[in-house]
Design a protein around this ligand. Sequence first.
Ligand SMILES: [Zn+2]
Length: 125
Amino acid sequence: MRISNFCRALKNDKGFTLVELMVVLVIIGILIAIAVPIYNKTQATAEERACQANLRILNGAVAQYQLDNDGALPSTLNNLSDYIKDVDNLECPSGGTYTIGTDGAVTCPNGHTLQGEAGDVVNSI
Ligand SMILES: [Zn+2]
């Protein structure tokens, strides 16, 4: 009995009205409009955090290089190959390669810094 009722319900060809379909589409559109910016911001934040971790490692390697070379700064990042494995392929997650200045400061091509959003210094040498 129940199966026959279910089959009869499946054969009901009334379907949805145009207004009901439009309401569903508007709700789905609103949900997408909310979700996409949140997803993009989350991805950008994750890339920035990963870049900050890379900068911390690079700054530590620069300090270690200075200790081993009587305070001399590395001229290129390739000089840090003794301290960081595969330093040639180390890139910012947002794209681009790191550069080292004459003062030993490692900079990201995308402007990421070690300072957090609240302006607190996470790590400095
Ligand atoms: Zn970066």
